[in-house]
Every structure is written in structure tokens, then in C-alpha cells.
Write a protein that binds this ligand. Sequence first.
Ligand code: ADP
Length: 450
Amino acid sequence: MFNKILIANRGEIAVRIIRACRNMGIRSVAVYSKEDQNSLHVQLADQRICIGEGPARNSYLNMDRIIQAAHNMGADAIHPGFGFLSENSEFVRKCQENGITFIGPEPDVIDKMGNKSQARTTMMEAGVPVVPGTKEPVYDAAVGKELADQIGYPVMIKASSGGGGKGMRVAKNEVEFESQFNMAQMESANAFGDDTMYIEKYIENPRHVEIQIMADKHGNVVALGDRDCSVQRNHQKLIEESPSPAITDKVREEMNRCAVLAAKTVGYTNAGTIEYIVDASGAFYFMEMNTRIQVEHGVTEMVTGTDLIVEQIRVAMDEPLSFTQEDILFRGHAIECRINAEIPEKNFMPSPGVVENIHLPAGNGVRVDTALYTGYRIPTEYDSMIAKVIVHAPTREAAIMKMRSALDEMVILGVDTNLDFQYKMMRHPVFVEGKADTGFIGRLMRLSDD
Ligand code: ADP
């Protein structure tokens, strides 16, 4: 049993984890940067410790400071949340060397799945369908072009170490291949310090559907169903829902089966997500695995009646999962809208500032995860996501109605947000009919530009 958990994160996910610790009777330690000294997670935790200056590399990404903080505060485990150090195997190894439990998978497994081209190969060998493309890493544009010619255009050029949509370019034909490859490779070298690339068939108007899994250290792997995350802007998710309106139960079952197979193949433990891309015919392909809790985990919690953060902590304490596959029953429909401090009309430009007033929706089946409060100054340093509104209702139609009502009630004064944009999404016929693919928002914004 852990006595104290240090949360190596900030914002709403830090608050979410602190609450889970409270529910389990475990003490919590918040770490914070100087920019964040008035943040909610700092106030809510049982203890707090400053770990440096505002820029993440000087605080939330500073491994040694965080380990030192855990020692100083007597924490026996670290929950990384998402982003920051959550998928950093070097950090996990440092935790282990210092006798601190990292709440997440083993470092070797993170390495295996974190490298996207290596993960592709592993999944191919396990019999999980992957997007048709290269088997070996590609470093050179001329070699890449030959392979792209074989795969057939359009192709997607991707960075092995990529994430957050960086280091990813489409080449529509052989003429633009070389420049797109060089651009993606340069972006990857700059952002990730790695120029290893791979090439995939570009799937036209795909859906993004992912499976949540949970695995313990006793060999149990449970699939917790799917989330459709097709509504994206600049390859970043804006709306997530479960179950996906785009797939049949047969496809769903197969996706769950492959996710469990994938987790078992690599000896996965703790929470993870298998992301698939789904083409217009309903065929699905493995895209990548996220070896951490995700932003949109609440959607799964609503339809399965689980607490994934509590489950993560239990698994890290070597306990068996508190449920079997048979225990997991899917009830109703859940939708999440991410609320960002941004201006949709200006290509979703971040727009931080002081929250002058705030009213949050509530009620039957309405959940809001946020670290906002009246008077809070949203820092410029970090992500623009400031709240997640999640609703649960018996059917998709009822969930959409509930989300409209929740967003209608929600007020955030003082900063620009995408609240109105999300409100419009909930009324847009393409979303309402369950037909939004990953290019939907991009096409919509280009139309309104004309
Ligand atoms: P990241 O790790 O940077 O988020 P992903 O590999 O998860 O990158 O891809 C992000 C998004 O890019 C996907 O959700 C999808 O919308 C789009 N995408 C990725 N691969 C392809 C592909 N082969 N064809 C079409 N779209 C793709």
C-alpha cells in the first residue's frame, strides 16, 4: 500500500489524480513551477513543493528535481499523468533506481511501443493489422521515394519518435515526395532529436477509433471498449465519444481482441491505449500505442463505471485488476468536449488570460474535470486545454442533448475559449449524424475562410 504519491503533472489531470488518492486514503504531493504557484492542484494536494521556473524543461520535465522532491517529501510512488514525463523510459528507470514506484508500464515496454516504427513491426509480427507501409526505418529521401512508389500515393511520412502531430507530412504524389520527406525529417530532428522516418499509405477520410486497456502484473488484460476521437483540429483531438458511431459490433469486437493481443504480446502492464485508424470500408489498422492514461479516459469511465486512475494505482501496488473482462458491461453513451483557451477562427491560436468569472455545468450524468477557478490566471507556458466536459446518457441522441445543455450553461469570462465552437459542433449535422472523419474540422475551417 502506498503511503504517499507525488503527482508529476499540473492542471486538471493533477487534480484528477489528487482526488483518486483521496478516495483511496493515500496522501498526495503536488509539484509546481513558479508559474503555477496559485494553481488548483497546488492548493488541493496534501503537500506541495516547488520544482523550478515556468518553462517545462526547468520544472515538469526536470527528472532529477522531481525525484529529489519525491525523496524530500517521502513519496513512495510517482503518477506522471499524461504529457511531460509520462512516456519517458529514462525517467521510469531513474524512479526505479531510486526505489520509487512509477505508476505506469515497465521502461522496456515503453521503449518497445514508444518507437512508432518498432511498434509497427512488433504488431505486424503479432498478427495485428497495421497500415500498409515500410517495414524498415527510412533515413533517406531517395530510398523513401522508391518505397513510396511501391506503396502507392498518397502516402503519410511519419517520424518514428513522433507525437502530438509533429514530424508528420502527407505526400500526394511523387513530385512532392522529396520536399515533404525532408520537411518531416527536419521537424522530427528538431522536435525529437531523431531523424528516423517511416512511410505509410495515406488513408483518405479516416476515423480515429481507439481501445482502452488495463493490465495487471498477474497476466490479466481487460479491454474497456472503444473511443471515437475523429473530431480533431491539426491532428489534435477535440471531441471524444464512446461507443464509436462509425463501427459495427463485429469490428468493435475484433478491435478489442487485437488490443488485448497487442498488450499481451509486449507484456504490457497498467493503463494503455491502442489507437487504430479506420478506413471508409470499416477496415482498421494499428496506428500506435499510448503507454499512459489519456486525456479522454473519462469517457470510458462513464460507460464502464470504472475509475481508471484508482485502477492504475492498484496495479502499481501489485494488486490484481478489480474487474474481469466479464465484469465490464457497457452502458449508454458518453461524449467529451475539450474546452481550450483558444480562438478557433484564428486557427485555434492559444489565448491565455485571467478567468474573471466561471460557472460550471453539473447535474445527472454531467462531469467537468478542470483546474479553473474565478481569478485564476491561465499561464502562457502550457497546454491550452482548460476543462473537459463529459456527459453520459442512455443513447447517443440523449448524450448530444445533454452536452448541448451543459455547454449552454457553462460560462467562462475573461478569456477566449472554444465553448461556442463546441456548442456549434453539437448541432452540426455531420457530427450529429455520426459522420465526422479526421478531416472534418479542417474542411469546415477552410470553407469558412473562403
Ligand atoms: P501522433 O502520435 O503525432 O498523434 P498519430 O500517428 O497518432 O500521430 O496520428 C495522428 C493523427 O494523424 C491520426 O489521428 C489521424 O487523424 C492522422 N493519421 C495518422 N496516420 C494516418 C494515415 N496513414 N492516413 C491518414 N491519416 C493519418
